[in-house]
Each structure stands twice: as structure tokens, then as C-alpha cells.
Design a protein around this ligand. Sequence first.
Ligand code: FAD
Length: 317
Amino acid sequence: MKVIDIIKNSDKTVFSFELLPPLKGNDAGTIYRTIERLTDFDPKYINITTHRDELEFKEQPDGSIIKRVVRKRPGTVAIAASIQHRYGIPVVPHILCGGFSKSETEYVLIDLHFLGIENVLALRGDANKNPYISFSEKDEHSHADELVNQIVNLKQGIYLDRDLKNNTPLDFCIGVAGYPEKHFEAPNMEVDLAYLKQKVDAGADYIVTQMFFDNRVYYEFVKKCRAIGITVPIIPGIKPINMKNQLTVLPRIFSIDLPSDLSKELAKCKNNEDARQVGTEWAIHQSRELISNKAPSLHIYTYGISDNVREIVKAVF
Ligand SMILES: Cc1cc2nc3c(=O)[nH]c(=O)nc-3n(C[C@H](O)[C@H](O)[C@H](O)COP(=O)(O)OP(=O)(O)OC[C@H]3O[C@@H](n4cnc5c(N)ncnc54)[C@H](O)[C@@H]3O)c2cc1C
């Protein structure tokens, strides 16, 4: 089932969570155990992240540059299909611009269609930290709106190769990312919102937000989106804090603020167990308020950890 239909057909807030594919060398058992601790609470769909290869570029004495892949994290399509078929819960694999050529993306979408997967989250992907990344030799999209265009074309049976004989349309429900506290590269909120609208105008069915810890930030964001004509559902992203160092790590990595009440509580924590308790209570409070304000769905970032997510969904659903 498509996420947009799940949301439209539900008269109350639904819940979903985001999982990472297992690290190479591990099996899917850990992911299954995470899901099984949450299935009692009837998650309506599950997101599976995608990660580009991590590259290292080394400058040689003659000035030339050698590229090496230092970490791979495959498995999104396989894990997504296995989850959907094992549990009967729709999945939303993430599809990235960065690190994938347009042709590789087309193949992935064909495979997802074969596997009965009807949802994708279209993202540019985290920028590669390496300064030489502009030496990309792949024919990849630069921004998520271009990726949305490619997926929308496939809905109409328009493939990259226009002379293709079997051009079966591939119909996907498309989600995109939005940033209530602005994407860190955007010069200002207005510009960021204009690009978000571009993704929606290209054919995105809904938006999922970056994590935020102050619901007022989300309400304000929704208001700004509506003011510029974005009408699609905007799903709030909730991250249950579970480690003390996230007090400084999350703002640095995700360019977000922690409200002072939360940061003071975390600063008082003696260890990760204390921080986990503070983070869980905060997420419960945030979720309850979002539900009472009729958020369409909650997207919970699990990072593979289910105990705190279980406590949250048990308390609020
Ligand atoms: C819910 C969610 C899930 C995520 N999952 C993953 C994941 O699985 N794997 C992963 O690697 N990363 C993931 N990310 C992180 C995401 O890939 C990064 O935040 C990335 O830096 C931006 O992705 P985007 O799709 O928002 O990019 P874009 O929409 O392309 O925006 C990126 C920046 O470019 C600007 N911009 C947008 N369109 C244009 C344009 N046409 N021309 C010029 N500028 C433009 C925007 O204002 C913004 O500053 C996720 C983020 C969220 C919120």
C-alpha cells in the first residue's frame, strides 16, 4: 500500500519508523528483532535508509588523484523486500542521488517494482565528506527534485532510453525530505522552502521532516509551507535521544537546536542510561502533542534501537 493512501485512509495519526540496513558481514536477524519488538503497536510502514559508498581520495606525488572505496553499506533493496514479505508491512526504501548513476537508479526502481514495493523516499543523500567528491565520474542527479522527476517519468513509462520497447509504467508513491530548521547548505529558509516546493511540484506526494525537538518549530514550518502553496502531508521526524553526547553531536551533524529545557536536563545526566530516560520522556511528550495536533504520521528515527521506541509508542498509541 502507498504511504499517501495509508495517511488518507486513517482518521488518526499513524506511526512508522526508520531502520538502517545491517552492517556488512552481519545478517538480517538484528533488524528482524528490532521490528518484532515494535509490531504489536501496528506500525503502518517502515523506512529503510540507503548509504552511498564511503570514498577516500589520495593525492599522488605526481599530482594525480586515486579514488578508493573504503566502506560499503549495501542491502537496502533486499532488506526492504524481505521485511515487506515477512511482515506484510509496506516499506519505504530510500533512494539517493549521490553515488548512484541515473541508470543504476532506474534498475533499482525496476527491481523494487518487481518486488511489489510501491513507496520510495527520494533524497540527495549526505554529502561525501571528501573535498575531491566533485570529481564524480557518475552520471548522477545533483538534487532531489531531479530524482523525483526521474521517478515521475517512470510512472508515465518514460525510461532513460526513450527507444526502450518494454516501457511498463512503474508507479511509486514519493516522499521527500524537509527541514524545519533549514537545510545547512541553504542560504536562508525562504530559498530552502522554494526548493522544497520544487520537489513537491515535481511530483512528491508527502514530506518527512528532519528531526526537531521543539514542536513549535514544526508548526511554524508547516505554516510556512502552506503559505507558499505546499499542500501535501508533512510528517514530523522524531529522534529519541539515547546518549549523553547527542547533546552536542546532534546539533553539529544535523544543524538543529535542542531547546534549553532539554539541553539542561541532558547536561545533568550522569550517564547514557539517564540520557536515554530524558530522551524517551521528551519524545513521548513531543509525540503526544503532535498527535493531539493531528500530525498525519510520526516518523521515528530508531538507528536500530528499539527499546526506547517501544516505550514511546506504548505510551502514545
Ligand atoms: C527523513 C530523512 C531521511 C534521510 N535518509 C537518508 C538516507 O537514507 N541516506 C542518506 O545518505 N541521507 C539521508 N538523509 C539526509 C539527506 O540526504 C541530507 O540531508 C542531504 O544533505 C539533503 O538531502 P535532500 O534530499 O533534502 O536534498 P535536496 O532537496 O537536493 O536539498 C539539498 C540542498 O540543496 C538545496 N537545493 C534543493 N534543490 C535544489 C536545486 N534544484 N538547485 C540548487 N539547490 C537546491 C536545498 O535548499 C538544500 O540546501 C535523510 C534526511 C531526512 C530528513
